[in-house]
Structures are given as structure tokens and as C-alpha cells.
Design a protein around this ligand. Sequence first.
Ligand code: ZN
Length: 405
Amino acid sequence: MALNERLDETKVLRDPVHGYIHVDLKVVWDVINSSWFQRLRRIRQLGGANMVYHCAEHTRFSHSLGVYEIVRRMISEVPDIDQALNEYEKITVMLAGLLHDAGHGPYSHAFEEISATSHEQYTCRIIEENTEITKILENASEGLSKDVADVIRHKSANPLLSQLISSQLDADRMDYLLRDAYFTGTTYGEFDLERILRTLRVKDNRLVVKESGVYAVENYIMARYHMYWQVYYHPTARSYETLLHMLFKRMRDLGDTEDPTLLKQFVPLVTKGKIPLEDYFALDESACSYGFHMLVHHQDPILRDLAERVRDRKLFAYADSTPQFNRQMRAKLKKAGYDLNYYWGRDSVMQKPYVPYRGSQESAVWVWMKDGSVRELSNASNIVYSLIHGPVHDDNKVYFPADVI
Ligand code: ZN
């Protein structure tokens, strides 16, 4: 198969965010049809937010296709990007957009925390370690799997490629904001994607936005800010994630791999080693939800209770974390017989809507001013300037069984 081999006709996949996803390259189509990519249908996009927004059942599969589509549009509809990249780079960056979340495990962050795995590492392993995807990529062009993984880990020879899929104005964020807004039914995440695409340029091999596009970018930054506090950091979603964390933790602490009510897919997690790729493949959200169902009959009362809470959405209550409240509540929980290792959770979240400089110049948003100069976004927008110089919004919560209040 040649790298640029086209399909007989362009495949179009209906999508509520983009209208259609367009695929005309055979290598892209083959990756979409691989078992590792199809696995993403069984991993939902939002860990706990569907406990708040009941229609947020969309998956990493649809988000990955959406990111691919935005990258495809960037390289074909933005003349500067079209001219800045050669054909090999264009195909590489489209594949990187498609595969950037291939390593996500079940329930996003609750699982990553407990298994001490990062989804980025798994993404690169899935691309490079001899899976079906590796074979498709290597078959199309020798060395392609490493080049695609390099874009994802920001090691690409051409930094413009990583900017398109992973910066502060990238195809990944643009898709998840629009998609999560659509499926949660919130309007905070909406912004003018068309306007941003129209005003993108490349200057000195760096992605910039024209001064006339600053309003659309401000809107996008605000959309992100609102989505974080209203959706991603919603305390009920965090309560659910705390519960999942406690359930996985209890399962690991018991460490009983012989138990008949323990689904075999959970065994690699319980034994605490590095999870091999084939076991990781089997541990999707379908397996987990069946596994939780079985644990409702477990002999351990804590595991049984936590599994029932997860299955039936009997979430922990939450409150602002203060030393006095925490002291009193912990005493009450102990008195009621709760094991604080599994029935007392806390977390702390904070979010900066935009960071002017984060390790590398590529991650900032650059504005091409009418006078020809290039300025970092906070020096070109009063709104963004005020946002980053205001106090940092953070939120510290504690979680505990509701019956103790
Ligand atoms: Zn993503």
C-alpha cells in the first residue's frame, strides 16, 4: 500500500458537530477499522460528567474522528498550512490527530490514577509496539509509526505538526469543547470554529491567528473556562470519580485474584504490575461495568457496597474542605463505622483558562497584528490579559457517604 493511496470514493461519516467526517486515504480508513481504534467506542469521553449531564454518553471514538476532521480541514482549507507542510507531514499529522487518544483507559482519570498509567504512554505503545495499528502504518510507509508517535510526544522534527494537535489552540481542544457542549446540552462550550479556521496563518513556521480573529479566540478561551467549571469540574462528576477511585483501590488492597466474583479483566489491575497491551485492550468500560455488576455479590462488604454505589449512582455527598468541617465529619464517619480509607475522599482542582508561556513557545497562542508584528495572545487581548492576571480559581472538596450528614 502506498502512503497516499486513495479510496475509490471519499467515505463520509455523519457527525453532529462537523456535519461530516471526510476520509479519502486508505491508511486512515484502515486505522479507523482496526480493532484498537474500534475499542474507543467502548471508552466514553467524559469520566463522570454523564452522572450530571445524562446525554453525555459520547465516546473517544467520535472525539478522535472529530480531531482528525479538524486537522484535515486545517491542512486543506488554511492556505498557509497547506503550503507549509509536505504530503508526508500532512498524512502524519492527520493520523496523529486520529490516534492522539488511542491509549485512553476506562473512566479517564480515576483509572489512570489507580493504575499509575498515563494514557499518553499507552497511546505511543499502541502506535509503536507491534499492534494492528503499527502494521497498518509501517505497511503504508516504513518509519511512519514512530513519526506519528513523535507528533503526539512533541518530538517531531517540524514543531508545527504538534501545534496543530496539541497546543492551546489545537484541534483536540476545539473538538472536545464543541462535542462536550453538544452532548451535555450546555452552550458554554460553543465558539466560532469557522472564524478561527479562516483567520489561522503560519508565520516563521509557527501557527498564528490574524488580529481580526482575536474575538473568536477570546470566545474559545472563555468557552474552555466555563466548560471546566460547569462540566469537567462539576462536584457531582468529581464525586463519582472519587467513588470509582475507592472501588478500584479496595479491589487492589484486597488483592484476591482467585475470587470468582472478580472479573478476569480486573486481575492485571489487582496484581499491580505494568498492564500488558492485550490486557489493556480487554479492560474497557463494557468489561468494567459488567465487573462492577458482579462485585455487588462480593463477600467483602466494603467492595460490595462501593460497587453498588457505582452501579446505582448512590454518590458521595460533597462539601467545601475546611479544617473544622473535615475534623467533625471524619469523627462522625468513624463513629458510624465507616473505614476512612474508602469513605473519605478529597480533591483539589484549579484551572487557568490560558497560560502565556508553558515550557515552550509553541504552546502559547500568537497573534499576527495588522502592523506586521507577532504578539502573544495576552498582549493582544484585554480580556485574556485580565483573565490571566486575576486570582486563580480553585476548588477544594471532600466526599463522604450522604447518610452521615
Ligand atoms: Zn483528545
